[in-house]
Write a protein that binds this ligand. Structure first.
Ligand code: TYM
Length: 330
């Protein structure tokens, strides 16, 4: 039996953070043997907001280095850069002729970003979910492990796949999002009302490459809730529940065990333990990222091989799609 197809990606913008790790990367590593996996560095998505070209190039390598450092193994999965496989853009165009304005306007991420960029928000920011649908559908993906913020985009992908299949005949698999039960939306350390995000101030997140003293400082300064109990209750205690979630993923202890561990302890003790657990988790990851970047030749080879493998699959699929739509000549 061939394995089911899995696809996911991260934008190479700024530094990856522990929310990306818990919401996405950690699942990827756990799933890589079970599925036939494609992990993409989605640079075309990154340019929907202005990027410095030099920084973007560096961030592409940083992101790929992080993929490997957390434990993705190129023997089990294809790791590559989105823009090096131009079929993603072509399929995005074709799908954009099926997506309608109303459904794109309803995308929460677009509404949030549009608020920030106002009239200057790019058209790319608006059609961003269509490119994401193209990424996924190009490889007949069945499973898409993402954080909760991407759920709506995967829903749209399903809609577009079905719409295409209805109009042109069965062409695409209809994929499913795979979302963690706990940790699908890690909150900002300085404001548990919003998600942890690499586009906010550095007090908001813990980067995978933060040094131990920075991690300690950020966790000790993170906001807490009004009473003094260490209890998992995302509604009433969003800040502490967020730290418990991070601690749960860093240590593997379950939520009940964690509540018991800190039953008679205060926030100070709890925060110290969270900080040390994150440091223990991230220390080896940071060292590996640094090693991959110090001499990127291995990284480059992996990305070359990934690109070649992805190109082959993408070309087969896009030929079928052009044919179904009736483009070009026979
Ligand atoms: P991006 O780059 O914003 O985030 C990468 C992954 O990390 C997850 N994530 C989080 N999970 C939990 N808590 C958080 N605070 C948090 N912040 C981010 C995201 O849900 C995501 O899984 N559009 C996508 C990238 C993309 C993609 C794709 C993903 C492009 N094409 C195809 C899957 C399939 C994005 O911007 O992710």
């Amino acid at each position: 039996m061939p394995k089911s197809k899995l696809f996911s990606g991260i934008q190479p913008t700024n530094l990856l953070h522990i929310g990306n790790y818990i919401g996405a990367l950690k699942q990827w590593v756990e799933l890589q043997k079970k599925y036939d996996c494609m992990f993409c560095v989605v640079d075309l998505h990154a340019i929907t907001v202005p990027q410095d070209p030099k920084e973007l190039r560096q961030n592409i390598l940083n992101t790929a280095a992080a993929y490997l450092a957390v434990g993705l193994d190129p023997k089990h999965c294809t790791i590559y850069v989105q823009s090096e496989v131009p079929q993603h853009s072509e399929l995005a165009w074709l799908l954009s002729t099926l997506a309608n304005l109303g459904e794109l306007e309803r995308m929460t991420q677009f509404k949030d970003k549009a608020k920030k960029h106002g009239e200057r928000a790019s058209v790319g920011l608006f059609s961003y979910p269509v490119l994401m649908a193209a990424d996924i559908l190009l490889y007949d993906t069945q499973v898409v492990p993402v954080g909760e913020d991407q759920m709506q985009h995967v829903e749209l992908t399903r809609t577009l796949a079905r719409r295409f299949n209805t109009r042109y005949g069965d062409t695409f698999a209809v994929p499913q999002a795979l979302i963690q039960k706990v940790g699908a939306r890690i909150k900002a350390l300085d404001d548990p009302a919003i998600k942890m995000s690499k586009s906010e101030s550095s007090a908001n997140y813990i980067a995978l490459t933060d040094q131990p003293e920075v991690i300690r400082k950020k966790i000790m300064r993170s906001v807490t809730d009004s009473d003094k109990y260490i209890r998992f209750d995302p509604e009433k205690k969003p800040a502490i529940s967020n730290l418990i979630t991070i601690y749960h993923h860093a240590t593997g202890r379950n939520l009940k065990q964690i509540e018991q561990e800190f039953e008679n302890k205060g926030y100070g003790d709890f925060k110290s333990a969270v900080a040390e657990a994150i440091i223990a988790l991230l220390d080896p990851i940071r060292t590996k990222i640094e090693n991959y970047l110090r001499d990127p030749s291995e990284l480059q080879k992996i990305l070359d091989a990934g690109r070649d493998a992805a190109l082959e699959l993408a070309e087969q699929k896009i030929k079928q799609v052009r044919d179904r739509v009736g483009l070009g000549r026979k």
